[in-house]
Design a protein around this ligand. Structure first.
Ligand SMILES: *[C@@H]1O[C@H](CO)[C@@H](O)[C@H](O)[C@H]1NC(C)=O
Ligand SMILES: *[C@@H]1O[C@H](CO)[C@@H](O)[C@H](O)[C@H]1NC(C)=O
Ligand SMILES: *[C@@H]1O[C@H](CO)[C@@H](O)[C@H](O)[C@H]1NC(C)=O
Length: 385
């Protein structure tokens, strides 16, 4: 019954292109068992092959109230039909013991990998559970080299061995109504990792992981993010950019209406010394922080413990960045850190209307170096640069 109802909603709300000619491919009809024990990889692969070969708009269905155990699997395009949908109502689980992952010739970089599928919609109330506790190493799901992609409808991602949802090389992607959860201490488990993608829209997502809630990397432009709950996690990050002297470019990013609960950073831009390229036209608006260590941070001296990062005359240029209507509390005193280099100062930086208090006995302070721009409106703490 639930299936029928959801399917109907799905047809009506999310898949208006559905017609009498829509074809349904249910993984159970291809031999998938869904008891969480049997290996359903081959059944999924067969169902995908037919879905992808379908000339009429297909829907591949993963039914509810079952758990499908899947080995690393590639959903390769191009497919015959655009649009094409995968309705995930049941749960997908990875083998719990990493030593039993069958990686095959393709390696194990991703657990679920969608490649070159134009007009892909992933939708449903199912959970995509990487059960990655034992190795925290690989990506959960990657969608790459595709256009007009939609992910949403209540899907849940969790416990990825590494990044959860990788969006790479996409043109026009909509992610909406998705929940992503992994423990705070799980390493490198970015929630959504966006790279080489244009026209990306992310809204109404709750993300709590051990790394960035959303990370925006090289080649991203025209990105619109709104209505996000972030935490635990490392915030909404642009970068890191310019590692190993790389030329990286990020521009035209708008992030608004974000609540940070138990996150270490809020709005963050991080670049390495010695890099090239730019991060520009980036606007953060209406953020609310609870005990965030660094609510607002630009760090042009980003470095991890494994690297040597001597100062350089070269850096990713940061310009035209605004932080507006930022309110809440910081778990440490340093509410605003804008740390730019002497050789490549940050330009066109605006902080406008901010009320962030320090919790505990600390005094709210700020620290800015080599920043050109202005702070205006209501400002607590009262900053200037
Ligand atoms: C960064 O992205 C641009 C544009 O997509 C691309 O041309 C360039 O090769 C990328 N840089 C690196 C270091 O990958
Ligand atoms: C920054 O914004 C100013 C004023 O809106 C504009 O003239 C300038 O071209 C922008 N610079 C960059 C690098 O985007
Ligand atoms: C800025 O970064 C430099 C280099 O890592 C560091 O020495 C300095 O303390 C930082 N300043 C602030 C305000 O964080």
């Amino acid at each position: 019954m639930r299936n029928t109802v959801n399917l109907l909603t799905f047809f009506l709300v999310c898949y208006p292109i559905v017609t009498a000619s829509t074809v349904v491919f249910n993984v159970v009809d291809y031999g998938a068992v869904g008891d969480g024990q049997a290996d359903d990889t081959d059944a999924f692969a067969r169902a995908w092959r037919e879905t992808c070969a379908s000339l009429s708009p297909p829907i591949m269905i993963i039914p509810s109230e079952r758990s499908f155990l899947i080995q690393p699997l590639r959903f390769m395009g191009p497919c015959e039909s655009n649009p094409l949908a995968v309705l995930i109502e049941g749960n997908l689980v990875a083998p719990i013991d990493p030593s039993t992952w069958k990686c095959g010739a393709n390696g194990c970089n991703q657990w679920l990998y969608f490649y070159r599928v134009e007009g892909l919609t992933l939708h449903g109330q199912g959970t995509i559970d990487g059960r990655g506790h034992q190795w925290w190493q690989n990506k959960l799901m990657e969608i790459s080299n595709s256009a007009n992609v939609r992910v949403g409808g209540g899907l849940r991602f969790g416990n990825s061995p590494m990044m959860h949802l990788v969006l790479h090389g996409l043109q026009s992607v909509f992610v909406s109504d998705v929940t992503i959860q992994a423990p705070e201490d799980s390493p490198n488990t970015d929630g959504i990792h966006l790279q080489d993608s244009t026209d990306a829209h992310i809204d109404s997502c709750a993300i709590g992981t051990g790394d960035d809630c959303i990370a925006i990397l090289n080649g991203s432009s025209n990105v619109r993010i709104t209505n996000i709950k972030c935490g635990p996690g490392h915030g909404i990050s642009i970068g890191s950019l310019g590692k190993n002297g790389q030329e990286d470019r990020v521009e035209d990013i708008r992030v608004s209406d974000v609540v940070f609960l138990g996150a270490t950073n809020g709005a963050r831009i991080k670049t390495w010394q010695g890099g090239r390229g730019y991060a520009r036209d980036i606007h953060f608006q209406r953020f609310w922080f609870q005990d965030t260590i660094n609510p607002i941070i630009i760090d042009q001296f980003y470095c991890n413990q494994l690297s040597q990062c001597p100062p350089s005359n070269s850096a990713v240029e940061i310009s035209n960045v605004s932080f507006k209507m930022m309110v809440g509390s910081s778990g440490r005193g340093n509410v605003v850190v804008l740390n730019c280099s002497e050789a490549v100062p940050c330009r066109g930086i605006v902080v406008e209307d901010m009320h962030i208090v320090a919790t505990g006995n600390t005094q709210a302070t700020y620290n800015c170096a080599n920043v050109l721009g202005r702070a205006q409106g209501h400002l607590v703490p009262e900053i200037a640069f």
